[in-house]
Design a binder for this molecule. Structure first.
Ligand SMILES: [Zn+2]
Ligand SMILES: [Zn+2]
Ligand SMILES: [Zn+2]
Length: 88
């Protein structure tokens, strides 16, 4: 299987997170029910995962086209490419 160019590009990126502890989009809505946090490797946007009610990380991808999120949970280092639906 060929490598995913998005994950390869994302591996070299280290954007400053927009938040340390919260989904930025939930905060903006006054909500606090997220399950886990994801970091957009393109712009540093921090948003909630698909196990959360509002799924802001996926929405951020749809809104911006930014392809890769990294887990923002302590001890987790995996990344996910939305375009190729691939774990890196
Ligand atoms: Zn990809
Ligand atoms: Zn959220
Ligand atoms: Zn982004």
């Amino acid at each position: 299987m060929a490598g995913c160019e998005h994950l390869e590009a994302a591996a070299g990126r280290d954007p400053a997170p927009g938040s340390r502890t919260a989904c930025q989009d939930c905060l903006a809505l006054g909500r606090d029910e997220w399950a886990h946090l994801r970091l957009c490797t393109e712009c540093g946007h921090v948003a909630c995962c698909d196990s959360s009610p509002l799924r802001h990380a996926t929405q951020h991808h749809r809104d911006t086209g930014h392809p890769v999120v990294r887990s923002f949970e302590p001890g987790e280092t995996w990344a996910w490419c939305y375009v190729d639906e691939r774990l890196g």
